[in-house]
Structures are given as C-alpha cells and as structure tokens.
Design a protein around this ligand. Structure first.
Ligand code: GZL
Ligand code: ZN
Length: 329
C-alpha cells in the first residue's frame, strides 16, 4: 500500500512540475518586452509619421509594452523621461534625441541599470559610443548635397550658373543632426560658389508657425531673394504663406525657388502644383527597424551599430499623382 501511495505522490509531483513548466512557458510567452520611447515632440508632419511608425511597430501584438513620452521639443523632458524609464526598469530605452549633445550622464545611468539604449533619427555625440547599442536614421549630409546638386543643375539649365544668387536659409532646431548636416551641405556649396550668398539664416525650429513669423519679418525688410533652402516641409509651408502675403512669386518659372526636406504628402502635393521645386525625402518609418533591432538583441545577436535608411528626392518633373496618393504620410 505504502509503495502505491509513494507512486501516486511521485506522479502528482511530476504533473505539477509539468504544469508549472507550461505556466512559466506561457507566462514567458506572454511576457511583453517593455520599451521606453522618448520622442522629440510633435513639431512636424514628419515627427507625427515617425511616432505613428514607432507605436505601430512596438505594439502588444508584436510582443511589446510601449511606454511613450512626448518631450514637447525640450531636452530636459527627454532626460526626465529616460530617468523615469530607468526607475520603471524597462527592458530597452529608445531615444529620438532633440539635439546631439547632453546625453553622456543619463546614458551612463541607463548602462548602470543594464538597460540597452537605441537611438533613432538624429544622432548623439557622446564620449563613449558604447553608451548606446545601435542607431537608425538618415544621412542628412547626403540629403543636403542632393538639394545642392539639384540647384546647381537647375541654374545651369536656366543659364544662370555663376550668376549672383541670394539664398534665404531656414534652419531646423539648433544642434539637431538634421540641422547641422543639411546646413553644412549648403555652407559647403556657398564656399564652392562665391557668387552664392546666404542673405539670412532663420531659426525656424522645424515648425510652420515659427518659420512664417521669421520669413514674414525678413520679407518686410524688402530684401530680394532667389532661393529658399528650408530644412523641413513645415517650415516651407510657413515660408510660402509669408511669400504669398508679400505678393512674391515662388515655385514656378522666374519665382523664388523653394527647396524643402522631408517630402511629406502635403509637400509632394505642393511640388506637384509647382509651389515647391524640390522635396528631398527623409524617411520617418523607423518603427519596423527598431522592433527588429530589439528582437535581435532578445535573441542574443549583436545588431549593426548604425543603420541608414534609403531615401530619394522629388521635383515637379518627376512627381505623379500616383506617387503623391500612395504616400502613407
Ligand atoms: C529629420 C528629423 C527632422 C525632420 C523634421 O530626421 O529629425 O525633425 O526633418 C523633424 O520635420 O521635426
Ligand atoms: Zn558657381
């Protein structure tokens, strides 16, 4: 009898262990990867598209629990968000940095807490590059060079090469990689073309409202311009509003040439209608790449340190209705 009782106990114990194992596996299965994402803000159409892409990819169905923070274009809010993520002991921190500098201390705190950090979009400049695991974003210098090459070609086609050229430069948020590099491309071009002149650099902070105010005030001084080099589409929309109010022709033949960055749908529509001459694409759809990077890390793999996204450009002679309609942002 005694033997029988021991056998039944043994059987029960084995069944119990198996059940726990399954439960653990199920729990393991269900355990979501907790990601804290610090986003710059909601300053532009591009930024909204980037947020949509990130939140769609880092969703529960894909195995993630996303903790999202909108820093409203203030770095101190991003530092606070990252410290909160560390307090909450997330599995990963994703940072879309507003500017390149100021991250060394907070990323050291993340490393002390053994939380890997992934950077998206703009870059960061830190003493120790091992403070972040990986970066996904654009080659902003190449974007700027695309715009400059297009301008040189346009001027040559119009027989205006080597003629004096007055450029109004509307810059994005100071210290953002997109601003630094798109500006560098223009500055290098002005170096190469002594007949080109940047008549003003306006700090548009990537917003339509700020750009409109600055361009309106600039134009009220009566200075003539030939080109607007605008470091994102929303600032181009603001500049266009100011040009229209001042009764200055733009976009088409003989008007002020408008070069813009991001290539969001509204800008492509303006390009199709001959209001914007060139839209240089900046791809905001980083969500799937970041999700894949995290899955690689979960699988114990070492992802690439830097991943550049593919980008192109559009001008009124290459754009079609279909391209604009197909644009999902
Ligand atoms: C570029 C991104 C810039 C966009 C702007 O990757 O950082 O910030 O060009 C956005 O539209 O505000
Ligand atoms: Zn020249």
């Amino acid at each position: 009898m005694k033997k029988m009782t021991c056998l039944v106990c043994l059987l029960l114990a084995v069944m119990l262990l198996a059940a726990c194992g399954q439960r653990d596996a199920a729990v393991q299965e269900e355990r979501l990867i907790r990601v804290g994402f610090s986003q710059v803000g909601s300053e532009s159409d591009w930024r909204m598209a980037n947020t949509a892409s990130m939140t769609a990819a880092l969703c529960e169905e894909n195995g993630f629990e996303l903790i999202f923070d909108n820093a409203k274009q203030r770095q101190e809010n991003q530092l606070l968000a990252i410290r909160n993520f560390i307090q909450q002991d997330v599995d990963y921190i994703v940072l879309a940095p507003i500017a390149e500098s100021g991250w060394d201390d907070v990323l050291q705190e993340a490393r002390d807490a053994k939380i890997p950090v992934i950077i998206v979009d703009r870059q960061i400049s830190v003493e120790d590059k091992s403070l972040y695991t990986s970066w996904v974003g654009s080659d902003f210098l190449a974007e700027g060079q695309t715009a400059v090459r297009w301008l040189e070609k346009k001027l040559a086609e119009e027989g205006r090469a080597e003629e004096p050229l007055r450029i109004l430069h509307i810059q994005g948020t100071d210290g953002a990689t997109a601003q630094i590099m798109r500006s560098r491309a223009l500055d290098e071009a002005v170096e190469a073309h002594p007949e080109w002149e940047i008549v003003a650099k306006l700090p548009g902070e990537y917003t339509e409202a700020k750009s409109y105010e600055l361009v309106r005030d600039f134009l009220s001084r009566g200075e003539e311009i030939d080109v607007v080099y605008s470091e994102n589409d929303n600032m181009s929309f603001g500049a266009i509003r100011a040009l229209e109010e001042a009764g200055i022709a733009y976009g088409g033949d003989g008007g002020v040439l408008i070069l813009s960055f991001d290539a969001v749908r509204e800008a492509l529509q303006d390009c199709l209608e001959g209001k914007i001459n060139l839209c240089v694409e900046c791809n905001p759809l980083h969500g799937p790449r970041v999700a894949a990077l995290i899955q690689q890390l979960e699988a114990g793999e070492q992802p690439a340190k830097e991943t550049y996204v593919d980008e192109t450009s559009f001008s009124s002679d290459t754009l079609t209705e279909e391209i604009v309609r197909a644009r999902d942002y």
